[in-house]
Design a binder for this molecule. Structure first.
Ligand code: NDP
Length: 258
């Protein structure tokens, strides 16, 4: 059961995988006040069909917004559109979930894979945070509650063990995903530095590892189903306070070393 009570929520990469599961589970527990901005890069394409169907059933709760993390113009336009719909309460919860995977080691990783993963997994979220920051600040101000929480104003960066300097090296030979891991390490640094910048505004910012999950990215061998991972992540997100600000947790709430 989702413990997240944020009013206005935005999720990137919401058309499939963990992003879509976030939307489904938030819907189950949605109050009349809650609104979900489900963003994806191709709202009219075949990969967004399930999200479109879900939106037809819940038109007052979900709005689909086009957002391509690789395209700064689309990020700007999405923020304008969402801003026009938000009203004074602002944006309470931004989930940076969209990401790209690329395999390879030092011998085999291409320049293209390095650039593409860095674009989607680091520069994209950086620009998304930048464009949506005024709405997060508005939410933090409007809440009138002291301290930090995901119901007030928060940025949740869906990261990976792959970005942990401590936890990835022992797994690297089995999972040679060098471009992806380096991009997620960059994403982790973005999380820590954004957390520093957001302290004064009381906007919570942290990184969350979903576990190894059966999605297109995680593959068939993954031990976790999306349902279990997202249930866990929503429980963690709902329980966050300033203690976890600038931190790195997994879907069970355990702290991961950087
Ligand atoms: P999937 O590959 O199943 O889904 C990825 C999502 O990201 C899709 O919605 C995809 O959209 C979207 N996306 C990719 N590139 C862009 C872009 N340029 N702009 C906008 N959206 C984009 O991955 P998961 O659902 O498994 O992963 C979700 C998050 O969890 C990621 O951040 C991933 O790194 C992280 N993670 C996942 C693990 C796992 O085991 N599954 C393990 C550790 C971390 P489209 O349909 O258009 O391609």
């Amino acid at each position: 059961m989702a413990a997240v009570k944020a009013c206005n929520i935005l999720i990137t990469g919401a058309n499939r995988g963990l992003g879509l599961e976030f939307v489904k589970q938030l819907l189950k527990d949605s109050s009349q006040k809650q609104h979900i901005f489900a963003t994806c890069r191709d709202p009219d394409g075949p990969k967004s069909e399930v999200l479109r169907e879900l939106t037809k059933k819940h038109p007052n709760v979900i709005t689909i917004i086009r957002l391509d993390a690789d395209d700064p113009c689309s990020i700007k336009e999405s923020a304008k559109k969402v801003g026009s719909l938000l009203g004074k309460c602002g944006l309470n919860l931004l989930v940076n979930n969209a990401a790209k995977m690329a395999n390879g080691n030092i011998q085999t990783s291409s320049v293209e894979d390095m650039k593409n993963t860095f674009n989607t997994n680091v520069i994209g979220p950086l620009l998304i945070i930048k464009e949506y920051l005024p709405y997060l600040q508005a939410a933090a101000k409007a809440s009138g509650i002291p301290g930090m929480s995901s119901n007030k104003a928060a940025v949740i960066n869906i990261s990976s063990l792959g970005g942990s300097m401590t936890r990835m090296p022992p797994m690297y030979i089995q999972f040679p995903e060098l471009p992806y891991c380096i991009s997620k390490a960059g994403f982790n640094m973005l999380t820590v530095l954004a957390a520093e910048e957001f302290k004064a505004d009381e906007i919570l910012c942290m990184a969350l590892h979903p576990g190894w999950v059966k999605t297109e990215m995680g593959g068939e061998k993954a031990p976790l189903e999306s349902k279990e991972s997202v249930e866990g992540m929503l429980r963690v997100i709902g329980s966050l306070t300033e203690k976890q600000h600038g931190g790195f947790l997994d879907y069970t709430g355990e702290t991961i070393p950087w």
